[in-house]
Design a protein around this ligand. Sequence first.
Ligand code: C5P
Length: 222
Amino acid sequence: LAPKPLQGCRVVVTAGPTFEAIDPVRGITNLSSGKMGFAIARAAREAGADVTLVAGPVHLPTPRGVRRVDVRAAQEMLAATEQAVAGADVFVATAAVADWRPAQAAHEKIKKDGSGQTPQLGFVENPDILAAVARSDRARSGALYCVGFAAESHDLLQHATTKRARKGVPLLVGNIGPATFGQDDNALLLVDAQGHRELPRASKRRLAQELVAEIARRRVAR
Ligand code: C5P
């Protein structure tokens, strides 16, 4: 494989958690650190790609040469991603998008009124960014190669296989437990239409390089 196997290729990566506002000072988020997605963006850039990283709220430096778009809520992440994937060749969804958001964010801080009453929060489902992108004409024609991630606590292979079909993506990457949030290393399970294979435990940097090489091989093989 060429030393820059993604030269001339446009890659979009989502990373980190989303933050769903309850009021101007409160919200719901999760413990995703964004490390895996940032490592993939870096590895794709080093492989020669033009990279856009759509990042939720994380505390990580932008990899050199990568275009970064900061977003907060899932709906903003969807809008930024849809804009970024127009004309792109590869989409890797690593973001831990909140499944639900408060149905209505209050415009002013919700006050504790001393009565002991608690606010009742209703929720609505967030858009599935990966599934939406995978349904696009570019993805369905094969021009845009979509990769999803899955974090499961058990039965990873079975869940990853089902999720790959449900999301409509050619490649689904499972995080092999235990919980990898915030860790510097991980092990991955690659699931595609042919079967599965494992990338053994290594640093997220190393795994990102291997995954990018794998994506590059698949693009060449198309
Ligand atoms: O359904 P689940 O959250 O387990 O799917 C995980 C995969 O889907 C990840 O690639 C994640 O980035 C993506 N996803 C998304 N938008 C959502 C939920 C998940 O892009 N609302």
